[in-house]
Design a protein around this ligand. Structure first.
Ligand SMILES: Nc1ncnc2c1ncn2[C@@H]1O[C@H](COP(=O)(O)OP(=O)(O)OP(=O)(O)O)[C@@H](O)[C@H]1O
Ligand SMILES: [Zn+2]
Length: 481
């Protein structure tokens, strides 16, 4: 069965067919960069990273675009209030651009530690002011936007399709609209494309409507169309963005006459104590905190063990369990690698059959709306069969295939075994072997009453920071005091 994904636009699973054979364009809404990234911020990037790797494995060329919001996102997510970045700049006594730069890098650094591939293009909103103004002008020219006091608003009333993504009706909106509405809006549902800047507003640009700054939603319509073109394949983001952000993105693009994304994916939230993890509420676990305590691959594995469309309530115990599961897979991978070094030529029918099943089940799982928990379950089932086969000393050809499958599916698609982890493990093994070898030479020297040599070995190890303790079970060592 070919790849099916759940398309929020049609509310059902659909076969994913790229608009241009062989090529896929993906746009993912990135963060507003005014704070250190939390665990919730990693879920989308890891989900769409697996999708990207999976599509690449089918031989498709993927252009992956994910933006950085560095202007225009106001504190209350609506059209009033301070800019989130400008507010942080005041608090930290930095330039708004310094804030954006600082948190853009902390975001990318954390994602790199999680083995998330960098986007092909990571456009910043402030670098695309002209494109946003041009789209705003197209909307005014077509009668879907109007200027009022130096701001420009999208006229929701002029676009009956508004609501098609979220399924919200105008009645829902009227009822939900905030009471105090800016008088310059003709309809409470209208949203800003361009905002007049008050004198104290730091981030400001000239425009045909006076000095101001872009609204939050317009950046994504403008930048996705610029880099991926009309009717691009897939747009993704967190479920909280479905309304109003994505609804507005669609309206802006389509009302201006541009075909927009054909598939929409939304990942569900990571929760903490039952509430959405969010910067604005401070209900969060920072990725940097987790990195201080755990190997980042445990975190990646933890997130992939849940399906992206279900909520995930974070707990330390859950992460601990994920660590054990991850190590089970890693140890199996290492064991295969280790056995391969000295195995004689030969095939093992049981192992080959288990590999056939793994490849089939893994593919079925990912093609079913990126079912990563099921793909991981296929890996676990394989490891059980592998351990059984290993007791029968399988030959080189079968072991080599097992290693290749681990590399291609475990690392290539799920991104769970970067070279860093394997080298660390292999480096650790080598170190253990070398120190043990020195300690046994020292033991032998002692038995031969060659104390000069045994003391010299101990002293040299101490100089290198290796502490040796003689216990009843033999010498033990550790690094550090
Ligand atoms: N708890 C979460 N779980 C999953 N995805 C999240 C979570 N929080 C944010 N995201 C996603 O991360 C991306 C960046 O969002 P954003 O910068 O608005 O984060 P935020 O922490 O929710 O900020 P704020 O609290 O200011 O709204 C969006 O795609 C958003 O849906
Ligand atoms: Zn967006």
């Amino acid at each position: 069965m070919p790849l099916q994904i759940y398309n929020t636009l049609t509310r059902r699973k659909e076969e994913f067919v790229p608009g241009t054979p062989g090529y896929v364009g993906i746009y993912v809404c990135g963060p507003t960069v005014y704070g250190d990234p939390h665990l919730g911020h990693a879920r989308g990037p890891i989900t769409y990273d697996v999708l990207r790797r999976w599509l690449r494995r089918q031989g498709l060329r993927v252009r992956f675009v994910s933006n950085i919001t560095d202007v225009g996102h106001l504190v209350d997510d609506a059209d009033e209030g301070e800019d989130k970045i400008a507010r942080r700049a005041k608090l930290e006594q930095l330039e708004p651009m310094e804030v954006a730069e600082k948190y853009t890098w902390s975001y990318f650094d954390e994602l790199a530690a999680l083995n998330v591939l960098r986007p092909d293009i990571a456009p910043r909103a402030t670098g695309h002011i002209l494109e946003q103004q041009a789209l705003t002008q197209e909307l005014i020219a077509k009668g879907h936007a109007y200027e009022a006091n130096g701001s420009v608003y999208f006229s929701v009333n002029s676009w009956p399709q508004y609501g098609k993504l979220s399924g919200r009706t105008p009645e829902d909106e009227e009822a939900g609209a905030r009471v105090e509405v800016r008088e310059e809006k003709r309809d409470p549902r209208d949203f800003a494309l361009w905002k007049r800047a008050n004198p104290e507003h730091l981030m400001r640009w000239p425009s045909p409507w006076g000095v101001g700054f872009p609204g939050w939603h317009i950046e994504c319509s403008a930048m996705s169309l610029k880099y991926l073109g009309e009717g691009f394949d897939l747009h993704a983001g967190g479920i909280d963005l479905q309304f109003p952000h994505h609804e507005a993105e669609i309206a802006q693009a389509e009302a201006a006459g541009h075909a927009f994304a054909r598939y929409w994916m939304h990942h569900n939230h990571v929760l903490l104590n039952g509430q959405k993890m969010a910067k604005s509420t401070g209900n969060l676990v920072l990725l940097s905190q987790l990195r201080g305590k755990h190997e980042p691959m445990y975190v990646r594995f933890y997130l992939l063990q849940a399906h992206y469309r279900s909520v995930l309530d974070f707990t330390d115990e859950g992460l601990e369990a994920a660590k054990n599961g991850y190590l089970r897979l890693l140890n199996a991978y290492r064991e295969v690698h280790h056995r391969l070094q000295a195995a004689p030529s030969g095939h093992h029918a049981g192992l080959e059959a288990a590999l056939d099943i793994l490849e089939r089940d893994f593919e079925t799982a990912l093609n079913d709306d990126l079912n990563t928990p099921q793909a991981i379950a296929a890996l676990f089932a394989f490891v059980t069969e592998l351990n059984r086969a290993l007791a029968e000393r399988p030959g080189r050809e079968s072991l080599a295939r097992a290693e290749r499958v681990f590399t291609e599916l475990g690392e290539g698609v799920l991104g769970l075994f970067p070279a860093r982890v394997l080298e660390h493990q292999l480096g650790g093994e080598l170190l253990e072997g070398l120190v043990q070898m020195l300690l046994s030479v020292r033991e032998e020297a002692r038995q031969n009453r060659n104390f000069k040599l045994s003391d010299a070995i101990r002293d040299r190890l101490i100089e290198l920071g290796v502490q040796v303790e003689d216990t009843r079970e033999g010498p033990k060592w550790k690094v550090g005091a």
